[in-house]
Design a protein. Structure first.
Length: 347
């Protein structure tokens, strides 16, 4: 009987949708999505969205984003946001943030946050923290953290640490770990390292690493690497490298070079560079310089320098000066000094 009733319900729902009932259209879209019939789901959601249903606007945008139509998805997120749909606001903000339009992202995260959307409160707080607006960031992050949003707990801890409130920062990070957010183990581990407590740092990193958090894996590897436990460090680096982490690949290259295997080192550095590691570019330059391939070395250093990497700039300037290109060398040295000054002011 229940199966027959469900069929009758869907029959009448479809009839109502075909007759122009917007609510029925939205329900048909949801039903088709749940059955995996995405093309028909998109068709019904589109009709409901064009009929003014703001939840369907967001649902349609999700489907469009999933099938690789980001521009149209963003347009529907925008329509949903203008209609006051908080999830549409949140995803519109995410889209703007991915495209580097931080001011627009901040605006829509703010609209969604004021509508009570917790992920948007956390995202707005994170953006404000990154931009140096710590007081406003703290206000939004605290609201989301108090409501149990672990990402906000981690970012709130960072704001508090930077304002000299290390004890409260630690409490929030511990709360995040207890709630299952292993990224907080990295913050606790780094804090322990700053306080000269390497055993505590190792304990936090191990907790994150054994739980599968990649950054914790790399940080544990670094800690072991620095104290000379090279075999275990390498095993952790390999674990992270298999998951595509460029820092781990770079560090595997460092280990290989330190044991005299420049071929393996170069292979790891190249793989790391392909995954976006800037230090790997500089390290490839040093390898090329060591084998007296100065043209290749300069090319690698230049690639690193052009990303804004200070070590790449300094190495490139040194090579340029050595071959008599003093004017360009001075330009790169000046750029390196500017970047260093900017970083000091940020911290």
């Amino acid at each position: 009987m229940p199966g027959r009733l469900k069929k009758f319900d869907e029959f009448f729902q479809r009839k109502a949708a075909e007759g122009g009932n917007v609510v029925a259209m939205a329900r048909m879209g949801q039903a088709m999505r749940e059955r995996g019939e995405l093309a028909e789901a998109e068709s019904w959601y589109r009709k409901a969205a064009m009929g003014g249903d703001r939840v369907s606007m967001t649902a349609l945008a999700h489907l469009l984003a999933e099938r690789g139509a980001p521009d149209e998805a963003e347009r529907w997120y925008h329509e949903a946001a203008l209609a006051g749909e908080s999830h549409g606001m949140q995803y519109l903000a995410k889209s703007y943030e991915r495209r580097g339009k931080r001011e627009d992202a901040r605006h829509w995260y703010g609209e969604a946050a004021r509508a009570g959307d917790l992920p948007s409160m956390a995202a707005l707080g994170r953006l404000l923290r990154e931009e140096g607006h710590s007081e406003e960031a703290q206000s939004w992050l605290r609201q989301a953290a108090d409501a149990g949003f672990t990402g906000a707990m981690v970012d709130l801890g960072i704001v508090l640490r930077d304002r000299g409130q290390a004890a409260e920062a630690s409490r929030w990070w511990r709360s995040a770990v207890q709630a299952g957010d292993l990224s907080a183990t990295c913050q606790l581990g780094r804090q322990a390292e700053r306080l000269g407590r390497p055993a505590d740092a190792e304990s936090w990193y191990r907790q994150g690493a054994t739980g599968g958090h990649v950054e914790a894996v790399v940080r544990l590897g670094l800690l072991l690497h620095r104290r000379g436990d090279l075999e275990e460090a390498e095993n952790w680096y390999l674990d992270a490298a298999e998951r595509g982490d460029p820092a781990a690949m770079t560090n595997l290259g460092v280990l290989a070079r330190n044991r005299g295997d420049e071929g393996e080192a170069a292979a790891w550095y190249r793989k790391a560079a392909e995954h976006g590691s800037i230090p790997a570019l500089t390290n490839l330059g040093h390898l090329a310089e060591h084998r007296e391939d100065l043209a290749a070395a300069e090319q690698w250093f230049r690639r690193a320098a052009e990303t804004g990497d200070v070590q790449g700039m300094l190495s490139l300037a040194r090579m340029l000066r050595a071959r008599g290109a003093g004017h360009e060398a001075e330009l790169w040295l000046a750029r390196a000094e500017t970047v260093q000054d900017d970083r000091e002011h940020q911290h």
